[in-house]
Write a protein of this length. Sequence first.
Length: 234
Amino acid sequence: MSYNINSFETNAHLVESLSEDIAAHLRDAIKSRGGASLAVSGGSTPISLFKQLSILDVPWDKVWITLVDERWVNADHADSNARLVQQHLLTNRAVYAHFIPMKLDSDSPFGSEKALEALLAPLPKPFDVIILGMGGDGHTASFFPGAETLGIALDMENPALCAAVQPLTAPHDRMTLTLKTLLQARHLVLHIVGDSKWQVLQEAIEDGPAEILPVRAVIHQKQSPLTIFYAAQE
């Protein structure tokens, strides 16, 4: 295992620190390579982070943004992660960033993996920064316990950039970056808030199958150091 935990009393304090951390990595990537790539997660937890990031002084016109995973719904759907990014991150100074969504105009993510990989080709890779979240069931990205294609998404021998997933316990088919893609990131972060998720994290830190608590796949690995940002309360 290769991880460290940064703990904060409130998510507001966490966001202040994490946003500056992300911005610094993006600036460094732009300085050394001419561009930077950022993959973010959806849900309610990162909204305040998106808002804070959007006002920071970063050469956003040299940043490419995509999602860690996406529900296979239209961009105007209430459950769309792309919609969340458009509303809360691609504003203020960050309006100049290049955003590539993870949803194609097809009925299903299954069979769309190669086409999506081609769409994401302009993003500088490996990703400079990837921000993960975690659900109460221990999923991260769209690595859902019990999903039929979970093994494909977690397979470190799978060369694909992304994988389609049908969760058993959540709505909508999904597309997700694969574990191999995540672990190639130059800076990998897990952002969690609240005591209930802290308890799940503590369980995931213990040895056990990733099929039960998939977040273990990013905790119990030595390829990419994981930085966990935890806030006790909103």
